[in-house]
Design a protein around this ligand. Sequence first.
Ligand SMILES: Nc1ncnc2c1ncn2[C@@H]1O[C@H](COP(=O)(O)OP(=O)(O)OP(=O)(O)O)[C@@H](O)[C@H]1O
Ligand SMILES: [Mg+2]
Length: 323
Amino acid sequence: MTRILGIESSCDETGIAIVEDGRRILAAEVASQIKIHAEFGGVVPEIASRQHIQCISQIAERVMGAVDGPVDAVAATIGPGLMGSLLVGANFAKALCYAWKIPFIPVHHIEGHIFSVFLTDAPPTFPFLALVVSGGHTCIIACDAPHQYKTLGSTRDDAVGESFDKVARLLGLPYPGGPSIQEAAKEGNPKAIRFPRGLEKSGKLEFSYSGLKTAVLYEMRKNNAAVGDVAASFQDAAIDVLLTKTKLAIELTGSPRLVLAGGVAANQLLRDRLTTELDVPVHMPPMSLCVDNGAMIAAAGHSRLKHGFTGALDATPTPNLPL
Ligand SMILES: Nc1ncnc2c1ncn2[C@@H]1O[C@H](COP(=O)(O)OP(=O)(O)OP(=O)(O)O)[C@@H](O)[C@H]1O
Ligand SMILES: [Mg+2]
């Protein structure tokens, strides 16, 4: 039995959890700063790091107090993310490791998102393809063995979550854009406006979302379309591209299964379409583990520890850390 304390602080969520054997969440808490940043329409880095500092020790005390006995190691997000935010979680984790004389495990944030599916009743086996869709990433990754990743394609410009956030702003909907566009789309017709599907027919696994955002802007300047119709048509186009590229990736690689991860994995249309339209099994995290959380970092940390990838206490957070 191995217990890992996982700490996530790369953006605007302070997430801390204790996970047993990389599979069972014993205790977990996430403090979201969404309300604080909402008035600015996006995350303000300096405010984010201060908020992490204000709440991290109380959350850690509550999570550790909910579980009897010690932990075997502490895992923390080391990048990518906001430097000030990363520093808070990573330094907190290192201090605990130093005091308790246990290993420190630095974890890549995207690896954490991928490992959120190991916290489900039906975890995937390797190899698999991962579709990672979040606020900062849109990529298809071949995961051939634990901690071996090959990015097959990613976005040239905006990430899909970023495009939901930007379009929501254009439509006067609240931050974060993903949930508010999904809600507004329920009142609209997804076929009302035919928005462009970026790089749809390129035959490559690259994505582009900036043209879609611009098309929404022009549509709103030109016509007086209903917000619900724009939201539904935008969502339809954004998700359509994810389906096209994922199908292409499975065709090109012959991969036997797909893992969906990242904040946009909470999108119901995406979940439904992947479940019904793919010929391979799809593993997705529960809604609560789609956005940033400490449990996914603990799960990735557990696997890293098992495979001998612990870090030194001088490991430095890296804002643009490659996978
Ligand atoms: N239901 C939804 N539909 C579409 N997008 C969603 C939904 N729920 C959340 N999102 C989007 O997910 C993103 C947040 O995900 P996440 O917390 O993983 O991003 P991040 O940590 O900021 O970025 P990254 O993981 O790339 O560093 C936001 O862009 C948000 O709009
Ligand atoms: Mg994230």
